[in-house]
Design a protein around this ligand. Structure first.
Ligand code: AKB
Length: 314
């Protein structure tokens, strides 16, 4: 049976993944962790929770040993826009926490999963149908940490036999916990503003197409990959995954099907626009499909319908 330690469990992915893993593997087998312990958060109240400082290797290792974990899901990281504001801090946090997590996985012999991103590609990567294996010269600090992270995970697999696995997530859309400091965050905010004021001002310009995915599909992908037969994996760090690719106009059209008066306008943020322009339009996901059966359920309209329903209830 898996015994899973999750870092960054209060974040956008972590808060929903913790819930899902507790359902799948049982409450007693999932140890959620973060740097702080908010008393009213279901991640803390509905199962095992530990304060873990991912920058402190000894503390991290002690918690992994205490619970005898055999799987580590490392999510703690600064996202792209925030990383551009504080590049040195982003390098420090993203890389030091990752190497600590890999060292802990090596020590306790755990399977290891972490997230890479579409940000690991750069302006010289092919923009359309971006291959699994291609030029990767990211020009953002976030992308540099993600690419270095992919290489580091491969290194721990090849040198120490740590069973490292990872995906290049696109923008993730969800209604439970807001993302913070990302470039694709507009595709979450747009739904909140559609419900609240039937209008949204986008910081990403029309015509900027990026890969996206709805959170339930992202959670399933993580579980599918950690359960995949290692003998089937030709790649490991990290698989291209995506469910759809759209620009702000296309998501607005989808919202208008359910809220006809919805209006989109633009006030482009040059920093986040520059980041988005350096990323793929749409990735080739065939390696994930072939090697571990990656599949998704939500397209743009199905996601829009669910987001609007869930947010209205909220
Ligand atoms: C971001 O926008 O920084 C993230 C990502 C695509 O990795 N959502």
């Amino acid at each position: 049976m898996r015994k899973i330690l999750i870092t960054g469990s209060l974040g956008q992915i972590g808060s929903e993944l913790t819930h899902k893993l507790r359902e799948v593997y049982g409450q007693e087998n999932v140890i959620a962790s973060a740097r702080r312990q908010p008393e009213d958060n279901p991640v803390v109240t509905e199962g095992i929770f530990e304060i873990v400082d991912v920058m402190d290797y000894e503390n991290f290792l002690a918690i992994a040993k205490k619970h005898q974990v055999n799987t580590i899901i490392h999510l703690a990281a600064l996202l792209s826009a925030k990383a551009e504001e504080e590049p040195a801090q982003a390098w420090h946090l993203n890389m030091q926490s990752l190497i600590n997590a890999l060292e802990v996985a090596k020590e306790v012999k755990a399977l290891f999963f972490t997230c890479s991103s579409i940000g690991a590609f750069g302006p010289s990567s092919p923009k359309d149908n971006t291959p699994q294996d291609t030029i990767q010269r990211p020009t953002t600090m976030y992308g540099i940490t993600k690419l270095a992270g992919e290489l580091l995970c491969d290194y721990y697999f090849n040198k120490y036999g740590v069973d490292t696995r990872s995906v290049r997530f696109p923008g993730l859309i969800s209604y439970q916990t807001l993302p913070g400091g990302g470039t694709t965050d507009y595709a979450v905010h747009i739904y909140y503003d559609a419900i609240k004021q039937k209008a949204y001002t986008s910081f990403i310009n029309k015509g900027t197409t990026m890969d996206m995915m709805y959170m339930p599909d992202a959670l399933n992908a993580i579980i599918q990959l950690i359960e995949a037969d290692p003998n089937q994996l030709i790649h490991r760090n990290a698989f291209n995954v995506s469910a759809m690719a759209f620009d702000p106009e296309e998501i607005a059209v989808s919202i208008k099907k359910y809220i006809p008066e919805f209006k989109i306008s633009y006030d482009v943020d040059p920093i986040r626009q520059g980041i988005a322009d350096s990323w793929p339009n749409a990735m080739d996901i065939s390696a994930a499909q072939q090697e571990w059966g990656f599949k998704t359920e939500y397209d743009l309209d199905k996601m829009t319908q669910d987001m609007l329903k869930q947010l209205s209830q909220k």
